[in-house]
Design a protein around this ligand. Structure first.
Ligand code: ATP
Length: 194
């Protein structure tokens, strides 16, 4: 199955773009949701997370996101450890899912594609970009959080300008360019096998 990556920084509009592809009938895999689901339900991952970060990772059987975020967003080393546990399982889950789809291509939406070696095996990668100030504003509104919270999460991602250079396609989501025509152009090219 031809799998196309969809990436971009926090608040760039990946999920918004993914919804347009889904409307066109293209199956979409959300790597971030899958990672959370695996952390909650995979016995192997649960064991590894407890071993690495302590039993407090789970509270009454539920993933304690606040506890984990507090550890990993302050310390890049701990974040790398978390990613080394979660990413291989999430990458495999994407391929297992893709093998069951019936479509000209499928989309894999992930904030970290280049950072996690998930680009390996992907046919092409689409990047979504938006000005930093707009991204911060959108996430503050969506998540009801502070500017500092958003900036802390952004610190752990490769900068947008580097990321976009690695992409085969770039969608500009800056409140001026229309999204749907940009998605349609890429969809039509992918359908043609380009
Ligand atoms: P994250 O990496 O944090 O999951 P994301 O890249 O998936 O973010 P979205 O959730 O798609 O980004 O967008 C962030 C917020 O901005 C959402 O509330 C979304 O509705 C809004 N948004 C995105 N693009 C647009 C747009 N073109 N016009 C208006 N609102 C938008």
């Amino acid at each position: 199955m031809r799998m196309i990556g969809l990436t971009g920084g926090i608040g760039s509009g990946k999920t918004t773009v993914a919804k347009i592809f889904a409307t066109l009938g293209i199956p979409v895999f959300n790597a971030d949701d899958t990672a959370k689901e695996l952390m909650q339900n995979s016995p192997l991952l649960k064991e590894q997370l407890i071993q690495q970060f302590g039993a407090e990772v789970y509270q009454d059987g539920q993933l304690n996101k606040a506890y984990l975020s507090n550890i990993v967003f302050k310390d890049p080393y701990q974040l790398n450890l978390l990613n080394a546990i979660v990413h291989p399982a999430s990458i495999q889950a994407a391929w297992d899912w893709a093998a069951q789809q019936n479509a000209p291509y499928v989309i894999k939406e992930a904030a970290l594609i280049f950072e996690s070696n998930a680009a390996e095996g992907l046919d092409q990668v689409i990047g979504v970009t938006a000005p930093l100030s707009l991204r911060i504003h959108r996430v503050m509104q969506r998540d009801q959080c502070t500017k500092a919270d958003v900036e802390m999460r952004m610190r752990n991602q490769v900068s947008d300008s580097i990321k976009m250079k690695l992409c085969d396609w770039v969608i500009i989501n800056n409140d001026q360019e229309l999204l749907i025509p940009q998605v349609l152009k890429i969809h039509e090219a992918l359908i043609k096998g380009l």
